[in-house]
Design a protein around this ligand. Structure first.
Ligand code: ADP
Length: 426
């Protein structure tokens, strides 16, 4: 029904009823009594309206839908409509608050920085990533000009020149950032920061790896190609020289093969398509095999001893063998003739431990933290002489990572080294 009619019809009906009743009283008694009766009823009406007006004004101080008063007469409809409006309002406010909370949470978790500035670049709001990237603290810096907060000349130029179509690459606080300003809502701008430090580090590593691997492969290949050219141009080479050339070519071929095998092993260890399939490994047999290989590599030039009293391990036998053999072969290769190598598998306080100690050339402290980098060698020529690929310890590191183990290196130049792999107790 039309709300106007809904309001006016009962009101007029009530007035008419008062009029009729007053006339009846006036007719039955005296006209004065009729007037007195009408005045009383109208006074009552006015009082009631004032009472509800008062309650309405009280409610408006704290307009909660649950505290809305009940009404009488036309007030019933008014309060009912107010109640519906208030309830809808409260619902949309709750939804809005929920959205805002969700938005804030998403912004907090976002790895990229987001800062909102007004048209004159005063900071209005930023998320924790922007605080980290740009060195801001929202509470402290809110309302300050961003160019006063980020005092980098490239950043200031970028902001002042206003060429925001292109992002800016910035080195700030030890990070490599990509920064872009996006104008929005006419009078506001969003500043987005993306941290590319890790991506650039990986890209650099990839470039270095390709450069190093190409270099490592080119050296033996150059030797082989050189000898092949000699063989094809000098048909009359004496058998002894030819024999020597063939021997060198075979050696270089083997070197390339070892390199490629190690590179493939590394890439397999890093690949997500090659998950670890753990099985119970017979550690006594494995360590004895590794010690046997070390003795064969030494060819009697070292004293190789072994002690085994650790438990069996859950892991990949091939990977563990490859890591353990790398550590044992390094000990033999970097220990001069007459030295000794001790291989042990034991149960230490921190968990099962594989250790190889040697009395070899040792390593200066400055190199130790870098030894597991690919192709990192303390002495390149010695590594090549002893048929090293420069990838052995990188393989060890990856195998240990996959088995939850940790590598520790202790060494003293001229005295010897101990490389130990400790595995989790369980
Ligand atoms: P490589 O194939 O050159 O031996 P690794 O990755 O196995 O490569 O080792 C990296 C470097 O660490 C070696 O080039 C060598 O300088 C040093 N190194 C490794 N093990 C030993 C050791 N037992 N004694 C001395 N130096 C070692």
């Amino acid at each position: 029904m039309n709300p106007k009619l809904l309001f006016w019809v009962p009101a007029l009906l009530r007035l008419a009823l008062v009029g009729v009743l007053s006339a009846l009283v006036g007719w039955l008694a005296t006209p004065r009594d009729g007037f007195a009766f009408a005045a009383m009823i109208l006074l009552y009406f006015v009082g009631t309206q004032l009472h509800y007006l008062y309650r309405l004004s009280m409610w408006m101080d704290d307009p909660s839908s649950t505290r809305l008063p009940d009404g009488w007469g036309a007030w019933t409809a008014i309060f009912a409509r107010l109640y519906r409006m208030r309830r809808d309002d409260e619902r949309s406010q709750a939804e809005l608050a929920e959205w805002l909370a969700r938005f804030r949470q998403a912004m907090r978790l976002l790895p990229d920085g987001v800062a909102i500035m007004d048209d004159v670049l005063f900071l209005e709001w930023c998320n924790p990533a922007a605080e980290r990237h740009l060195g801001l603290t929202l509470e402290r810096d809110k309302g300050m000009r961003v160019t006063n907060l980020v005092r980098h000349p490239d950043f200031i130029d970028y902001v002042v020149l206003g060429r925001y179509e292109q992002p800016l690459t910035l080195s700030l606080r030890g990070r490599k950032l990509v920064v872009q300003i996006i104008p929005f809502e006419n009078r506001r701008q969003i500043l987005v920061t993306h941290d590319t430090t890790e991506a650039q580090r990986i890209e650099e590593m990839r470039r270095d790896f390709i450069a190093n691997a190409s270099h490592e492969l080119r050296t033996p290949l150059t030797v082989i190609v050189g000898f092949l050219e000699i063989a094809s141009t000098q048909k009359e080479l004496d058998p002894a020289t030819r024999e020597a050339h063939l021997k060198l070519m075979t050696e270089q071929g083997h070197r390339m093969q070892r390199l490629i095998d190690d590179m493939l092993t590394l890439s397999r260890l890093e690949s997500a398509d090659y998950p670890l399939r753990p099985e119970l490994v017979d550690m006594r047999a494995l360590v004895e095999d590794v010690a046997g290989e070390a003795r064969a590599l030494s060819g009697g030039r070292h004293e190789v001893t072994v002690s085994i009293d650790g438990p069996d391990l859950m892991g990949s036998p091939e990977e563990l063998r490859s890591a353990f053999a790398n550590l044992a072969s390094n000990a033999v290769r970097y220990t001069p003739e007459g030295g000794s190598v001790h291989i042990s598998w034991s149960q230490s306080e921190r968990g099962p431990r594989y250790a190889v100690s040697d009395t070899g050339i040792g390593i200066d402290q400055v190199h130790i933290s870098r030894l597991t980098e690919r192709f990192y060698r303390v002495d390149k020529s010695r590594s090549r002489e002893t048929q090293g690929t420069g990838l052995g310890l990188a393989i060890v590191k990856h195998v240990l990572l996959r088995h939850g183990g940790q590598l520790s290196i202790e060494s003293q130049p001229g005295k010897g080294s101990t490389f130990a792999a400790t595995f989790p107790a369980a």
